[in-house]
Ligand binder design. Structure first.
Ligand SMILES: Cc1ncc(COP(=O)(O)O)c(C=O)c1O
Length: 380
């Protein structure tokens, strides 16, 4: 095993999850949140077949067409996403393609929303995904009281308080949350929408698929003051192959404003073909999500044994855990020295100090992490 030189990376807290460019090749990368069990083999095969059978389709832009045999434009992606979402509800859900806008992942929608809402009073419920904190740097960050461990209940309380305060027109949160993993029940968020009709909730459901098999999304809800963001990248482990996602809302003016900022051909044909093939079958996804949740329980137990149960953001049912720690950079460097890359966060606006670790998925990876944790001699 090659040993990484932590000094080679000046500020590891500024390195994005998944960036292993400065690390030895055999480093186990637990720093990102994309599904490491992906991509689904059937989706990769569909893409390879498409490229070898229809190379000429790459010549022209992916025009919209009612005939999917002619050009597989982004409308095909929206239709596949809508079908996928409908299958995720136990009773019929009113999910219309017309309420959706395709974009290059949740990322593009966050960027567009951040630009559009720049002059609006916006609250971001924190801790939150770094990209959101950066793009909405002008917003108010509403975090837990200093020293208080966040929970899903406390997060919901802050969402409610922000929405009913009279100060904000938009409230943003990821659900499940990155980095804490907390999940607020969709019904509770709908109640907030009903109680505060003048406020629009923007819910980033990037990791919704990890939460469970059914009824965990707000897409299709009846209210107009709600925006939901979803992506096909992270759950299928195809973030490097297709940056594709959707914004769903019944808020007509906001949807039109977002759509006007998205390029004419929001997604490339290879992205559409790969993502549509991934979205078509549920068996692979459900099996991988269940496995990732189970593996993450083992990770949680391992971290709790070494750092105590109170150091881990409680109540998460997702494929990563946030370990709250006073010396995140030291701990990160220690693990790196043992061939394991994690995502360190130093505390600051919208952040809590600690490291986020995606779950290992083989016994060998778990063993390597366990050995590295046992050798940690710093603060427990
Ligand atoms: C909460 C959250 N939202 C959005 C994104 C961006 O995801 P996408 O790959 O869909 O652009 C991330 C990714 O890291 C994330 O953690």
């Amino acid at each position: 095993m090659a040993i990484a030189d932590p000094a080679a990376v000046e500020d590891p807290s500024g390195v994005q999850g998944g960036d292993t460019t400065a690390l030895p090749e055999d480093t186990i990368d637990l720093s990102a949140c994309s599904n490491r069990l992906g991509p689904p083999p059937h989706a990769v095969k569909t893409l390879i077949d498409f490229l070898s059978e229809h190379p000429k389709r790459l010549v022209h832009p992916p025009f919209e067409s009612e005939n999917p045999d002619l050009f597989c434009a982004h409308k095909r992606y929206l239709a596949a996403f809508a079908d996928y979402l409908r299958r995720r509800f136990s009773s019929p859900a009113d999910i219309r393609v017309e309420d959706m806008v395709a974009g290059r992942g949740v990322t593009e929608h966050l960027y567009v929303l951040a630009r559009l809402l720049h002059h609006e009073p916006v609250a971001v419920i924190t801790p939150e995904y770094t990209g959101t904190l950066i793009q909405f740097g002008y917003a108010d960050f509403l975090g837990p009281e200093p020293g208080v461990m966040d929970t899903a209940e406390r997060r919901l309380h802050r969402i409610r308080r922000a929405a009913t305060s009279g100060h904000y027109r938009y409230v943003i949160t990821s659900n499940p949350n990155n980095p804490c993993g907390h999940f607020v029940e969709p019904e509770a968020l709908l109640e907030v929408c009903e109680r505060a009709p003048q406020v629009t909730l923007i819910i980033d459901e990037e990791y919704g698929a990890y939460q469970g098999d059914r009824d965990v999304s707000l897409v299709g809800a009846g209210c107009e003051n709600l925006v939901v963001l979803q992506s096909s990248g992270k759950p299928y482990g195809i973030t490097g192959g297709s940056r594709a996602g959707v914004l769903w809302t019944r808020h007509e003016p906001l949807r039109a404003a977002v759509a006007a900022q998205i390029p004419t051909w929001p997604l490339s044909l290879p992205e559409i073909v790969l993502a549509c093939a991934a979205l078509e079958g549920d068996a692979w996804l459900l099996a991988q999500m269940a496995r990732a949740r189970a593996d993450a329980q083992i990770l949680q137990a391992m971290l709790a044994e070494r750092f105590g149960p109170l150091a881990i953001a409680p109540g998460a049912a997702i494929h990563y855990r946030l370990l709250i720690h006073e010396d995140p950079l030291d701990l990160h460097a220690h693990l790196l020295g043992h061939g394991i890359n994690t995502r360190p966060f130093t505390s600051g606006p919208g952040r809590v100090g600690g490291i986020r670790i995606s779950t290992p998925y083989s016994s060998a990876e778990f063993d390597q992490l366990y050995a590295a944790l046992r050798e940690w001699e710093g603060k427990p």
